[in-house]
Design a protein around this ligand. Structure first.
Ligand code: PLP
Length: 384
């Protein structure tokens, strides 16, 4: 990230408050310069309080949290794991880390997340083929809650444990309950582009103490309880540093404020871009959903004979780039990635269409009204 380029509007740059440095300073002063210490304990307690869940293990990335989460659910070589195709690659890569295979499922237009109907088809078909999926990855893309009750009902009906990938959804809720707290295990990311950041970091949350303890064990080289270095299974070096956890503590103080501001930015775009033909800011929140609006996303209408055509997303992206404004296509679906060319896919038309027509706009919480006007102005110009 070219932080010296003050004129550039980034998609979602880090936005630090005033207390992060105090926590970092204290860690250095007290020599807690290790993957253990008071900031880690404090950061984990803050996440537990925010998510309403009793156990949390802070890790060095969301990807590490996904990997451990799958291991906690017993995913291993030869297993299949249900996963939306429309997600960031880390969700599906974690399945491969375990030696397991992702089974991809299409999205629905309502939330852009996993389609419950396609999910049922996928589960029933995998069962017919003789293998029960070992776990289900429930992703809430761009902070929009997936259809939580429908997906949880299916998981319960077929007795498949849910791992919630809430990497983009810290602070989002379904009927007042924070996302990340619905699965057996939940995962958050504190990467530099997320709604809160530790520069790089992640967290795993669980309702069950034994699961959280196992995550902590696996994250610290699976060292057995002995005075010497005794190991009976493969572990990982996945713990977060106490220094970075200090940044996290400062950031967690700001969660409510940051969600409020992301939602304001989304609402601003929706209002001020309403006149652009064929451009829709969305998706809208279904009843029960409260999205953190991590990134404001737009969909461009497909070319229609009776309407003025909207510019394709790539033309808009280049037009914004000409104004030194960063925008990005939506995540490219996993079933279209060479990496997963041989993976089974149920449906696919919806997420392929979303990918072809969507764009993410700058949504950082430090954006000013003038910044927002700059984006809107550049978009208007591109529409001619
Ligand atoms: C960011 C992200 C991750 C990975 O988190 P890292 O902290 O970057 O490893 C996983 N899943 C989704 C949906 C994400 O957006």
């Amino acid at each position: 990230m070219r932080s010296q380029d003050h004129d550039r509007l980034y998609l979602s740059p880090p936005h630090l408050g005033r207390h992060e440095l105090n926590y970092v300073h204290k860690a250095i002063e007290d020599n807690w310069v290790a993957p253990v210490g008071p900031n880690l304990d404090g950061f984990e307690a803050d996440i537990c309080a925010a998510v309403g869940i009793p156990f949390c293990v802070a890790l060095n990335s969301g990807t590490a949290a996904l990997h451990l989460g799958l291991l906690l659910l017993g995913v291993g070589p030869g297993d299949e794991v249900l996963c939306p195709s429309f997600t960031f690659v880390a969700t599906a890569s974690a399945v491969r880390y375990c030696g397991a295979a992702p089974v991809f499922v299409d999205s629905e237009y309502d939330t852009w997340n996993i389609c419950p109907q396609r999910l049922r088809e996928a589960i029933e078909d995998r069962l017919r083929r003789g293998k029960k999926p070992k776990a289900l990855l429930l992703v809430h893309l761009y902070g929009m809650p997936a259809k939580v009750p429908e997906v949880l009902a299916l998981a319960a009906e077929f007795d498949i444990p849910v791992l919630e990938d809430a990497a983009e959804a810290l602070g989002s809720c379904w009927e007042g309950q924070p996302l990340g707290s619905f699965g057996r295990v939940g995962v958050f990311s504190f990467n530099g582009n997320k709604i809160l950041t530790t520069s790089g970091g992640g967290a795993l949350v669980a309702h069950d103490r034994a699961l959280a303890e196992r995550a902590r064990f696996l994250a610290t080289q699976a060292k057995d309880d002995a005075p010497h270095y005794q190991h009976a299974e493969v572990g990982y070096n996945y713990r977060l540093s106490n220094i970075l956890a200090g940044i996290g503590r400062g950031q967690m103080e700001l969660l409510a404020d940051r969600v409020k501001r992301r939602r304001e930015i989304f609402a601003w775009y929706r209002e001020h871009l309403a006149a652009l033909p064929g451009l829709a800011v969305g998706p809208a929140e279904p009843p029960g959903a409260r999205a953190n609006r991590w990134l404001t996303t737009v969909l461009l209408a497909p070319p229609a004979p009776d309407a003025a055509p909207a510019p394709p997303p790539e033309a808009l992206r280049r037009a914004l780039e000409a104004h030194n404004i960063e925008s990005r296509p939506l995540w490219k679906p996993m079933h279209l990635q060479p990496l997963f060319a041989d993976a089974p896919m149920y449906g696919g038309a919806v997420c392929t269409d979303l990918f072809a027509r969507g764009l993410c706009l700058p949504s950082g919480t430090a954006m000013t009204e003038a910044d927002l006007r700059r984006v809107a102005g550049a978009l208007r110009e591109a529409f001619g």
